[in-house]
Write a protein that binds this ligand. Structure first.
Ligand SMILES: Nc1nc2c(c(=O)[nH]1)N[C@H]1C(S)=C(S)[C@@H](COP(=O)(O)O)O[C@H]1N2
Ligand SMILES: [Mo]
Length: 325
């Protein structure tokens, strides 16, 4: 039986996510960056080629930086961009936090997004056509990973509610299911066939309609980096980070609660709702505190990651559900 069924690699004991461990990884990233191109060419010609393709300017680059929406404020500084670019969860590429180099193999143009399921009329749309139909804005958001580290990011994007409106779901649709690309030829993690690829996440239509639910196309004032989930990822900051699905290719409207990647893998630990609650421990560690990425700060985690005012109303009457895992 694959080890993951007992212990997902990212579900590490607290000690593995100490600031020291992070600093070590960052040092290693700096070394790799120096050796960069030569090593990539020698060891992984396919990745080197992908990097050259990736050098073509992003056709959406002119949309950034977008105007900041000042309604979204932080209680902490924005995470250092380099720290953020070099500490990521993107299991399609590998199971460590050092996925930045491998993720460059992701080809983000052309990028087609399918809208299907319980909608008036299913359709596909290219990312650049979608960008023409929305207005981008910048928002400062917190992000709390279930592994008990956190960051603060200047995301650029548009409300998920805008995409739902374009999709025209039927009244009978209750959920939106989202899916990441599946291409084992560029994503080595997807060659590990015992994982339930593609990565899937879901929200209720009501959650998707909450103004905080944000589709991210940019970060730090430019198109979002591949390792962060280019060209389109979700940010639902009141939920554990695994809900914020990266590199989305499909939105399916349905009346069945979607089973997420992590729920399929380990339902005893990861559920559908996954709202942040410092008082409800993960089965294997406390969720009371978080380590702030790029610093040596440890701070208390807040209910709904500090967004209770905006989202608590979504869960009225659902108190008996497993809201906190
Ligand atoms: N497709 C996909 N989306 C994903 C993941 C992943 O492995 N694959 N990891 C999730 C987890 S656990 C977290 S914490 C965030 C991390 O986002 P970041 O790398 O931009 O910090 O992405 C989430 N979205
Ligand atoms: Mo996470």
């Amino acid at each position: 039986m694959p080890a993951i069924l007992h212990r997902p690699a990212w579900a590490l004991p607290d000690s593995a996510a100490t600031p020291e461990a992070i600093a070590l990884r960052l040092d290693r990233r700096a070394l790799l960056a120096g050796a960069g191109v030569i090593a990539a060419t020698a060891l992984a010609p396919d990745i080197a080629l992908a990097q050259r393709v990736g050098d073509v300017p992003d056709p959406s680059a002119g949309l950034y930086p977008a105007k900041r929406n000042e309604a979204f404020t932080l209680d902490r500084p924005v995470t250092d961009e380099q720290a953020n670019l070099n500490y990521n969860n993107f299991y399609e590429f590998n199971m460590s936090k050092s996925v930045a180099r491998q993720a460059q193999a992701l080809k983000t143009r052309p990028w087609t997004i399918a809208i299907d399921g319980m909608v008036e009329k299913p359709f596909e749309i290219g990312i650049d056509d979608l960008l023409k139909q929305v207005t981008l804005e910048e928002r400062l958001y917190r992000h709390r990973c279930v592994e008990a580290w956190s960051m603060a990011i200047p995301w650029t994007g548009f409300p998920l509610a805008k995409l739902v409106a374009l999709a025209k779901p039927l009244g009978s649709a209750k959920y939106v299911r989202m899916e990441t690309f599946k291409d084992p030829s560029i994503a080595p993690g997807q060659r590990q066939t015992w994982y339930p690829w593609p990565y899937v996440e879901g929200l209720t239509i009501a959650e998707a309609g909450n103004d905080l639910a944000f589709l991210v196309t940019g970060a730090y004032g430019k198109p979002v980096a591949k390792q962060m989930g280019a060209p389109l990822r979700l940010a639902v900051p009141w939920k554990y980070g695994f809900k914020s699905i990266k590199s989305i290719v499909r939105f399916t409207f349905t009346d069945k609660q979607p089973k997420s990647y992590w729920e399929a893998l380990q339902a005893s630990e990861y559920g559908f709702w996954a709202n942040v609650n410092p008082e409800v421990p993960h089965p294997r560690w406390s969720q009371a505190f978080e380590r702030v990425l790029g610093t040596d700060e440890r701070r208390p985690t807040l209910l709904f990651n500090g967004y209770a005012e905006q989202v608590a109303g979504l869960y009225k009457g659902l108190e008996k559900e497993r809201l906190w895992a």
